[in-house]
Design a protein around this ligand. Structure first.
Ligand SMILES: *Cc1c(COP(=O)(O)O)cnc(C)c1O
Length: 463
């Protein structure tokens, strides 16, 4: 196991104070928040690992770029600056901004759903992508490799498509019923696991064979390119931007949430290789949904900050440090015997709470219990990815049991130091060592949909 971790390739110019509370205070705060970290106020959180989305720190160059934003409704200079950066990175002809990734999804995904009974196929659809596929009247099918569900064994590209499952699905459903194939890079729902270039090339060849449009859901495409450079034969001497360009060459469309590898707090876009008719459809549809096609829901100044952020995110030194930070946290936990997904993905460490708290049944939410315990221990906010998130069966109304009960520790970009991650690791290790004391949770209030966001719980004292 590689033990070296890259030091910060930046120094700190502006700081944001974060409040440290006592354990007694946190016990009260969490109780008042109904034992649900989503209900915590940010000021009561010391280290916030809820998400890496929109939580990046911007550079001085990005803050400067905000000042030259052009807020013209139509034809803003900021639009043209961002367009030229996106075209340079993708080699695509067409570009439309959107307010964030799901804005791009709601405009683009319905365009390929031309009749009833159609399907999108992905390695794994991200949640909002799946929602927009369904809202567009299609169904979402995932065809990831089986290794993805093995938390222990090393595989360099656990985010890959299973080509057999993919081809079987195309043949089963009929190629004319496949709206598109969505390559999610890195594979967010699989723990930020990367997808290999070879896999993308093979998916693209299969799509061509059956005449199906390919889409890259590229929220973390730069992190994916870095993994390819590190792990895939033949890419060691290639620049990150050229690896990204090769990846984009295997798709027809890029849907981007700029809140991740765009290094901005809000933003997104659609880029289309050369399909003019598809571009025209999106350009028409975006007006009522997101805004006029030269701003699509974004401020001019934010388009300028994104134009700078997209290039910064392709810097190899930045990426090495970014990925090393995540790996550092994962390695510290592994060394202490805490079960985590291995290898560590690009944006988060996933802690296996099913094996930490086997005494808590799935419908008392073991991963939520661990998440609450690390908040009390050190003021660290993580997020449950398990049976709580999965919800109830719409027909039987029973709690669905998730395959895995995970706690996600998501690392924002350029925000925390290795010492912060030590605080997180120490807290998780402490909770792990006292795991027999963890208690299950019962609902005091359960919302009918998306229950994890606003649910209220109480700890179950006797099991
Ligand atoms: C975040 C994300 C989205 C949705 O983007 P938002 O900017 O949050 O709307 C879509 N796909 C993937 C893979 C993501 O990570």
């Amino acid at each position: 196991m590689k033990k070296k971790y890259a030091a910060e390739p930046y120094r700190i110019k502006v700081i944001e104070h974060i409040r440290q509370t006592t354990k007694e205070e946190r016990i009260k705060i969490l109780k008042n928040a109904g034992y649900n970290p989503f209900s915590l106020r940010s000021e009561d959180v010391y280290i916030d690992l809820l998400t890496d989305s929109g939580t990046s720190a911007m550079s001085q160059e990005q803050w400067s770029a905000l000042m030259i934003g052009d807020e013209a409704y139509a034809g803003s200079r900021s639009f043209y600056r961002l367009e030229s950066v996106v075209k340079n990175i993708t080699n695509y002809q067409y570009f439309i901004p959107a307010h964030q990734g799901r804005g791009a999804e709601q405009v683009f995904l319905p365009q390929l759903v031309t009749k009833k009974g159609m399907y999108y196929i992905s390695n794994i659809h991200f949640d909002t992508t799946r929602s927009h596929v369904e809202l567009a009247g299609a169904r979402a099918i995932d065809c990831v490799i089986d290794d993805c569900f093995d938390l222990q064994t090393y595989h360099p590209f656990k985010g890959n498509f299973c080509l057999n499952k993919l081809e079987k699905t195309i043949l089963d459903k009929g190629k004319e019923n496949i709206a598109g194939i969505i390559m999610t890079i890195t594979n967010n729902s699989a723990g930020g696991q990367p997808v290999s270039m070879e896999n993308m090339r093979q998916v693209s060849e299969m799509a061509k064979k059956y005449g199906i449009t390919t889409i890259i859901d590229g929220a973390r495409y730069a992190e994916n390119a870095f993994f390819i450079k590190e792990r895939e034969e033949g890419y060691q001497d290639m620049d990150i931007i050229d690896i990204a360009r090769e990846a984009f060459s295997y798709a027809d469309v890029l849907l981007m949430s700029a809140k991740k590898d765009g290094l901005v707090n809000m933003g997104g876009f659609i880029a289309i290789k050369d399909h003019e008719e598809l571009y025209n459809k999106c350009r028409t549809y975006i007006v009522p949904m997101e805004g006029f096609p030269t701003y699509g829901g974004m401020n001019g100044r934010d388009m300028d900050a994104l134009a700078v952020g997209l290039m910064e995110a392709l810097d190899e030194n930045y990426l090495r440090h970014r990925i090393d930070q995540v790996r550092y946290l994962g390695d510290r936990l592994r060394e202490a015997g805490v079960p985590v997904q291995y290898p560590i993905g690009g944006h988060a460490v996933f802690v296996d709470c099913k094996s930490i708290a086997p005494h808590i049944p799935y419908d008392q939410f073991p991963a939520q219990s661990v998440t609450n315990a690390i908040y009390i221990e050190a003021g660290v906010r993580a997020v449950e990815i398990g049976s709580l998130l999965l919800g109830r069966d719409p027909d039987t109304h029973e709690n669905i049991q998730s395959e895995m009960e995970l706690m996600r520790l998501t690392i924002p970009r350029r925000v925390y130091t290795y010492r912060h991650l030590d605080v997180v690791a120490d807290a998780v290790i402490h909770v792990f060592e006292h795991r027999s004391e963890l208690k299950g949770l019962a609902f005091v209030y359960e919302p009918p949909i998306l229950r994890h966001f606003t649910a209220v719980f109480k700890p179950i004292d006797s099991l």
